[in-house]
Write a protein that binds this ligand. Structure first.
Ligand code: ARG
Ligand code: GLU
Length: 751
């Protein structure tokens, strides 16, 4: 700082010497960049989603200095039982963990909810009212749900990239890699019940192989009611302070040899090589914590141009589109309880992305992500200039990426407009799009292909109609088309839409017409058509359905004008991003670069810690049951509280789950670097005991997918004590605790 002031005054006083000024400003700029850069590298401390395999080399020392009491080998070992044996990818997109020697699996309520929804009926609405299987025999098979465990992982970069050269075309490169991967998979030693997967890391600069086991007999054990599991719903989503008991419990079953098997009543509870003890002590501010799970996707190594595009162009577009759609849905939901029920989960999923992007946009701005990227890139350029070999290889990288981002921008925006307005937010066009593969599969000569899918289509469409309210969709569609027309170009379909709206007498009339005349929008007509007519007739009718043909027009523009450009430009960006990643790994050797999330097993660690969301405000690290009661709104769909919980609260009947000062902790936050997919991941203390269950991030820090900042990025966890309390005292399923291992030791004092 002093240096800067000094440099600044020198500049001011030497205004006679023009050249000197220019020189000095140049130095100042560089100095500023360097300072910024140093700040970034220093603050990078602990950030990252690390490969369990490399912990010993990359992280063990730091983890121990932060409070880890275990060795890297206790966390991940290919041979000995280790914590990794307790962690699984739950149902493809979330994480789950073993909390008993008999296959009890803990994950989030919002991760289990689609499985639980499928098992629910009107009389037994488990998702809404909560449910606990009274014994093993009453655990319900959750069809289709999987639990994937990692047996071991291996760096296979050398083999995967064998025969790949720098000047190969991208297509040749990929086909060489595909060949290498195929032979790797073939030659890898594995058991019959295991699978092998090879995945790119660091944007394709490294490859890792995973030997995995996927269990397919997963049964539903229990869940709190939605008023606990989803308490605060969309209003509180992504928000701290939080009071959601976002958990549900399943059990993994295996065959008699303890191996994965499809459902059979003869299957037995899976005996994992490790399960997590659960801490009754919780964690205090400053305590070490780590989160073990399957983070989905991050883009931490984008250039400034890439981040700018995400935060200033694409996010705002998507947010403004969803803004409109959500407002419309909300109006209807508030007026009509039937619409409420039908649209609540659709609304939640649209709102989830909307709110996250909004947080991301603001976070990037407030925490000066672009300035930081600029400083980083300036340092990158300075360093390559000092090394002739680097300079020849990489000097054009950043300018070319900048140019390519500029070139792709209109098309990326057109893609998002098409996806959001025509597919994501309104239902009729999305359904037409979904039916397209089936409709176009009709061929008079091999009609049986089309006919063979009839029953499956009927079932899918029944699912769609169950929650479809055309009166809502009409208003959404009108708004979407209006936005599409106003914000895209003639060559992408905007003028067509404008003209059709004009001919119809406005966007509302156009939307009404499309939906009223569409058979797809009408359950009775659609089902009658499919049940009474021959395939040829069904095909004719659907092919000419107004909603289907309308979608066809817009899709035609997209496929004809937008997609080819994306297909031309995106691979060029990918190639340069890969080179940029390779360059960063070499140039910034002193900085530990973690690979972006890619749905593979990772460890992230940090401390339990509050934060300051804005000037003069400080958020504490932990919430408790009193806070649930502060938010309580009787009868409200987001903030109602079950009667029994109120009684337990009044009686302060918290049993062994209370803190020493008599409070019942509900949720806490930490500096763990997490993302989507980490939902359901265990938060562990320094001894590997479960202290919480990850389920969200704080809104101010959702930009962490692009730009992690330890000042503001926090993950949100349900406190393990709240989970146990709800199972035991609230749910009356205390018998489940008998198979868990509860640990207690440390004395705690008030924070
Ligand atoms: N924001 C959390 C995660 O990304 C929870 C989402 C589910 N909850 C909700 N209210 N929509 O995915
Ligand atoms: N709720 C997210 C999930 O479903 C986790 C929160 C995040 O994105 O960090 O994975």
């Amino acid at each position: 700082m002093y240096l800067l002031i000094f440099a600044f005054s020198t500049v001011v006083f030497s205004n006679v010497f023009n050249t000197a000024i220019i020189k000095l400003t140049w130095h100042m700029k560089n100095l500023f960049s360097l300072l910024c850069f140093l700040c970034i590298t220093v603050s990078l401390h602990a950030q990252g989603m690390w490969l369990p395999l490399l912990l010993e080399k990359q992280n063990e020392k730091e983890m121990k200095s932060l409070g880890l009491k275990l060795s890297a080998d206790d966390i991940y070992s290919p041979a000995n039982p280790s914590i990794k044996d307790a962690i699984c990818q739950f149902d493809g997109g979330c994480t789950g963990e073993m909390i008993s020697p008999e296959g009890l699996l803990l994950t989030n309520y919002h991760c289990g909810s689609s499985a639980i929804q499928k098992l629910s009926t009107l009389e037994n609405n488990y998702l809404e009212n909560g449910h606990w299987a009274k014994d093993r025999a009453s655990e319900l098979p959750a069809e289709g749900v999987t639990a994937l465990f990692v047996s071991r992982m291996e760096d296979v970069t050398i083999v995967a990239l064998q025969g790949v050269t720098e000047n190969m075309s991208e297509r040749d490169r990929q086909s060489q890699i595909d060949k290498n991967i195929a032979s790797l998979k073939f030659s890898t030693k594995k058991e019959k019940w295991e699978d092998v997967d090879v995945r790119p890391f660091y944007t394709g600069n490294q490859y890792y192989l995973f030997v995995t086991q996927t269990f397919k007999d997963v049964r539903f054990v229990g869940t709190p009611p939605s008023s606990i599991g989803k308490f605060g719903s969309d209003t509180d989503n992504w928000v701290w302070p939080r009071h959601t008991g976002d958990f549900s419990i399943f059990r993994v079953y295996a065959d008699k040899d303890n191996h994965p098997a499809t459902y059979s009543k003869d299957n037995l509870p899976y005996r994992p090589r490790h399960f997590l003890p659960i801490s009754l002590d919780g964690a205090d501010e400053g305590d070490f914590t780590m989160v073990y799970g399957f983070p989905g996707r991050t883009d931490e190594y984008l250039t400034e141009a890439g981040v700018r595009q995400a935060g200033e162009v694409l996010d705002p577009a998507k947010v403004s589109i969803r803004d409109r759609a959500l407002k419309i849905m909300d109006d209807f939901m508030r007026k009509d309880p039937a619409v409420k029920i039908a649209y609540v989960s659709r609304y939640a999923s649209i709102a989830n992305g909307w709110k996250k992007w909004l947080g991301e946009m603001q976070g990037l701005k407030t925490y000066k992500a672009l300035e930081k990227k600029q400083a980083y890139e300036a340092e990158f350029s300075t360093r390559i200039q000092q090394n002739p070999e680097w300079n020849t290889r990489w000097k054009n990288l950043l300018p070319r990426l900048r140019q390519l981002y500029q070139d792709i921008e209109p098309y990326a925006l057109a893609r998002d407009y098409y996806m959001e307005t025509c597919l994501r937010n309104n239902e009729i066009l999305a359904t037409a799009a979904n039916l397209n593969t089936w409709i176009t599969s009709y061929d008079a000569k091999s009609e049986y292909v089309f006919t063979g899918k009839l029953e499956a289509i009927k079932a899918t469409m029944e699912g769609f109609y169950k929650n479809y309210h055309p009166e809502v969709d009409k208003v959404v569609l009108a708004a979407m088309l209006e936005m599409f027309a106003a914000n895209t170009k003639a060559e992408w379909g905007a003028d067509d839409v404008k003209e059709m709206a004009k001919a119809a007498g406005g966007y509302s009339k156009l939307a009404n017409k499309l939906i009223e005349n569409s058979i797809i929008a009408n359950r009775e007509k659609f089902m009658t058509l499919l049940s009474t007519q021959k395939s040829a007739e069904i095909y004719q009718v659907l092919k000419n359905d107004p909603a289907y043909t309308f979608w066809g027009i817009l899709q035609g523009y997209y496929a004809g004008q937008v997609q080819p450009k994306l297909q031309e430009l995106q691979p060029q960006i990918n190639l340069l991003q890969r080179q940029y990643m390779a360059a960063q790994l070499e140039i910034f050797k002193e900085k530990r670069n973690f690979p972006d999330a890619n749905s593979t097993l990772r460890i992230t660690y940090g401390k339990i810690k509050g934060f300051s969301p804005r000037d003069a405000m400080q958020y504490e690290y932990q919430t408790d049951l009193d806070g649930v009661m502060e938010k309580y709104i009787p009868g409200d769909y987001e903030f109602d509280v079950p009667k029994k919980l109120i009684e337990l609260w009044k009686a302060k009947d918290y049993g062994q789950y209370a803190t020493t000062d008599g409070r019942l902790p509900v949720a806490c936050i930490g500096t763990n670097h997490t993302t989507g997919g980490n939902s359901g991941s265990p938060a562990l203390d320094g001894n590997g005991n479960l202290i919480g269950l990850n389920f969200d991030r704080v809104w101010e820090g959702t930009m962490s997918d692009l730009n992690y900042d330890p000042a503001i990025c926090r993950n949100i966890m349900v406190d393990a004590r709240y989970i146990l309390f709800i199972v035991d005292k609230f749910g009356g399923a205390g018998y489940l605790l008998h198979e868990m291992k509860l640990v207690k030791g440390k004395k705690r004092k008030r924070h």
